[in-house]
Design a protein around this ligand. Structure first.
Ligand code: NAD
Length: 317
């Protein structure tokens, strides 16, 4: 827990994701001030009003919002959620050009009013947007973070936990690579209560067959499509996942999280943003941890990096 809560979180975009991050951050008391910026004035005003009507029931904070970027001034963390979202059937990569355009408009402005902030990218395709953000802002690599596969890893851990009937907190397992269709489950390093998942065979708690594993991975990859099909957007889990990253940053926790960030030489990969477990603190991110991988996992990661690189270069960055 924090020793104090002096922080200001600025959120760009007050849509489903931005507003839910504000809600989760407010309930968890992450910051003294939460400020929302959106070009849709009526929408941002309404979200701020609704959040403020719940102030009585949450830790003290000031919540405000505007269509003027000045509202973000002095933020310690800027969370970028503005942009087009997937329509049913669309992939995240399909959003790249539109959302890179939105980033180009708003991120330089955000750096102007919050030059010391850590930038936390959520807008999809998040790995591509993280690299675009590094180039647009000129900020050091360790201060530009993508929410990456924190959400996917949470979905992964939930499904493994449900299958084995154990608490999700006792499952340690990561999804690496793209936050999207080419992501890679790191089965070889997954554990439950320190037991390697490959060895897991506990009476009353089943075991994982190859078919079980394939189904779990299918459901992790398909998760956003399933939710979007049913309700048009994903918001609750991403709201909590991003708040978890905010806590790691603002409370200087040094938490290990599979966030997206620039690789500067990792198993042959260079100058590309993707997710691997990294230590996250008030300074931002550190280099990826040397997590063990099988040959297949490593080649899957390389392939994922290739897909991200292709889209980034296609945008001209
Ligand atoms: P949404 O359509 O509900 O909200 C987007 C908001 O951005 C709108 O309110 C819009 O007015 C605003 N906006 C557009 N241009 C802007 C600009 N130039 N400046 C400020 N605001 C602007 O969409 P959503 O469901 O909130 O999704 C937002 C983004 O988050 C999408 O790209 C989506 O794919 C992504 N997302 C990422 C994750 C993740 O894990 N990284 C999870 C879910 C969604």
């Amino acid at each position: 827990m924090p020793t104090d809560r002096p922080a200001k979180v600025g959120i760009i975009g007050a849509g489903s994701v931005g507003a839910t991050i504000a809600y989760a951050a407010m309930i968890r008391g992450v910051a003294r001030q939460i400020s929302l910026f959106d070009i849709a004035r009526t929408k941002v005003d309404a979200e701020v009003l609704d959040l403020n009507h719940g102030q009585l029931f949450a830790p003290q904070a000031t919540v405000d919002g505007s269509d003027d970027v000045e509202v973000l001034r002095g933020s310690d963390v800027i969370v970028m959620t503005a942009g087009a979202k997937q329509k049913p059937g669309q992939t995240r990569m399909d959003l790249a050009a539109a959302n890179a355009g939105i980033c180009a408009k708003i991120l330089p402005e955000a750096v102007r009013v919050a030059p010391d902030a850590i930038f936390l990218m959520v807008t999809n395709p998040v790995d591509v947007m993280t690299e675009v953000a590094i180039k647009l802002t000129g900020l050091p690599w360790d201060r530009v973070i993508g929410s990456g596969t924190v959400l996917d890893s949470s979905r992964f851990r939930y499904l493994v936990a449900k299958h084995c009937q154990v608490a999700v907190q006792n499952v340690h397992a990561y999804i690496a690579g793209e936050h999207g269709d080419s992501e890679i489950p790191l089965w070889s390093s997954a554990t439950i209560g320190s037991i390697a998942l490959s060895q897991w065979s506990v009476e009353g708690h089943g075991r994982l067959t190859q078919a079980d594993k394939e189904l779990i991975v299918h459901n992790v990859k398909d998760a956003a499509y399933q939710v979007i099909q049913g309700k048009g957007a994903t918001n609750y889990a991403v709201g909590l996942a991003v708040t978890n990253i905010l806590e790691a940053i603002l409370y200087d926790e040094r938490r290990v999280l599979p966030v997206s960030g620039l690789l500067r030489g990792f198993r042959g990969m260079e100058d590309i943003c993707l997710s691997l477990p990294r230590i996250v603190s008030r300074k931002g991110i550190e280099a990826p941890l040397p997590i063990p991988m099988t040959v297949d996992e490593e080649s899957g990661l390389l392939e994922s990096a290739g897909r991200i690189r292709e889209v980034v270069r296609g945008l001209g960055y």
